[in-house]
Design a protein around this ligand. Structure first.
Ligand code: SF4
Length: 476
């Protein structure tokens, strides 16, 4: 099934959440509500695992939170002291139920439940090694490989913490992980810090999660970011930090600031909403144009459109209306694609007719959505449509936990800006520069990854990624 409006947009793989409850709290309820706050990071499936004095239980399902975690399933989860939750956006072609998380596994020292946001760059290498050592996999998710690496390391180490630190020296790539061991909650962020991870409190209870917006949604407070390379462990005595893998080059994904993260989140010291407005301001400086109105592709282009309007002095207005009640409209019949698109998004004729419009969007992947939107505005009477994009052109695949892992889906890898403009049908087209993108989050405490725009990968990336036998669909 295809989500018509969202398919032509990059997607982050997942959001993670974990809570260690000391008192006065319903762990299952809080986890359920937290996953709502993380829904933007994945709508393909969700799950919650709870730990009731060492006995772990998990529920998971497909769809957005109310579909994936219905009341009848939630009521099966016993009151517990620790819980982890996960929202998933699948990548590649793999959409098996076995890939839904948290992954609940049993190994020689008991149970573990884990969820990841990210992807391993050496996934195939490690999986091959584990296979040859006799491992049997249920899924083809990165987290299962990581779980095996930890279980294997645990045979050679004195403590679980040492095992995780050892496994971190062997796995390579983007990973922010939340996991639950029999008596503790653990958060791990990869040494490059590709994906965000932070710690907060809800009363006396500790939380580890992908984004700070979760604390606001639950009525809690942000404590701090997990540092790139750091492991945070929370047990009855409180939080403990392990920094053996910290201190190298850091590379937070710049696209988190453009699109992935929620605007009310703060990532490594930088407010996402401010970064997006700055992107609009920079875009107006780099690609000015004479026009009557600035409008946004809802909702992702709004902050940058406000920034463009502030800098250019061109009035901001609503040019497109998104149907907020349709949810995730799906169709398996291609002939309905355009129809569904029109149901989801409409031009505001009274606002755009006869006007020169600056249309702001966050990105162009395949270009189909941009083409539809420009057509909508022109049919509604817009005199000119000048498309401005608050990120640089996507020219290179991403191997660090997004679904942009193949150049064949990236229009900018095949066409020049002028060729793209022509295909989309805009009167002009301008992208934010890579230097401009770096500037939008300059207060951030980490370095950045800009590989999908520049081709400069911070890690060695897999060769023949799509020929990899382990990335193909596994029938369970
Ligand atoms: S390649 Fe692009 S999308 Fe992927 S982590 Fe780097 S900046 Fe983010």
């Amino acid at each position: 099934m295809t989500d018509i409006f969202n398919e032509d947009r990059p997607h982050d793989e997942c959001g993670v959440f974990g809570i260690f409850g000391n008192k006065d709290i319903d762990i299952v309820d809080e986890t359920y509500l937290a996953l709502y706050a993380l829904q933007h990071r994945g709508t393909v499936g969700a799950g919650i695992a709870v730990n009731d004095n060492g006995n772990m239980n998990v529920i998971k399902g497909y769809g957005v939170i109310p579909e994936a975690l219905p009341e009848k399933d939630l009521s099966r989860l016993k009151a517990a002291k620790i819980a982890v939750g996960h929202v998933r956006h699948s990548t590649k072609t793999v959409n098996d139920r076995a890939n839904l998380q948290p992954l609940l596994m049993r190994y020689i020292y008991g149970q573990l439940a884990l969820g990841i946001n990210g992807a391993l760059a050496n996934y195939s290498e490690l999986r091959e090694q584990l296979h040859r050592g006799g491992a049997i996999f249920q899924s083809n998710s990165d987290i299962e490989v990581i779980a095996y690496m930890i279980a294997k390391a645990r045979l050679e180490t004195a403590t679980f913490e040492e095992a995780v630190l050892k496994a971190m020296t062997e796995i390579r790539g983007a990973y922010s992980i939340v996991m639950m061991a029999p008596s503790r909650l653990i958060g791990v962020r990869d040494p490059h810090g590709f994906r965000p991870l932070c710690v907060g409190k809800l009363g006396e209870n500790y939380i580890i999660t992908s984004e700070s917006c979760v604390f606001d949604s639950l009525g809690g407070e942000f404590v701090r970011d997990v540092e790139p390379g750091e492991m945070v462990v929370i047990d009855d005595e409180g939080p403990h930090s392990y920094k053996a893998n910290c201190g190298g080059e850091t590379n937070l994904c710049l696209f988190e600031f453009v699109y992935f993260a929620r605007p009310d989140s703060v990532l490594d010291g930088m407010c996402v909403n401010i970064a997006r407005q700055r992107a609009g301001i920079k875009l107006a400086k780099e690609h000015p144009v004479e026009a009557d109105m600035v409008c946004a592709v809802p909702d992702c282009g709004v902050d940058a459109a406000i920034g463009y309007s502030i800098e250019s002095g061109i009035q901001y207005g609503v040019g497109l209306i998104k149907n907020r009640f349709i949810g995730r409209a799906h169709t398996s019949r291609k002939k309905n694609a355009e129809h569904i698109f029109r149901i989801k998004l409409n031009a505001m004729k009274s606002n755009v007719e006869g006007k020169r419009i600056v249309l702001i969007d966050d990105s162009i992947v395949k270009g189909d959505t941009s083409k539809h939107i420009v057509e909508l505005l022109k049919k509604a009477g817009a005199k000119e449509v000048h498309l401005r994009i608050s990120s640089p052109p996507f020219k290179f695949p991403c191997y660090f936990g997004t679904d942009m892992d193949d150049t064949k889906n990236l229009i900018a890898s095949k066409k020049s800006v002028e060729e793209m403009r022509e295909e989309i049908g805009a009167d002009s087209l301008g992208f934010l520069s890579i230097d401009g993108l770096h500037e939008i989050a300059k207060e951030c405490r980490t370095g950045f990854c800009d590989a999908c725009f520049s081709g400069n990968y911070p890690l060695t990336v897999p060769k023949n990624h799509h020929e990899d036998k382990y990335l193909k669909k596994i029938e369970i």
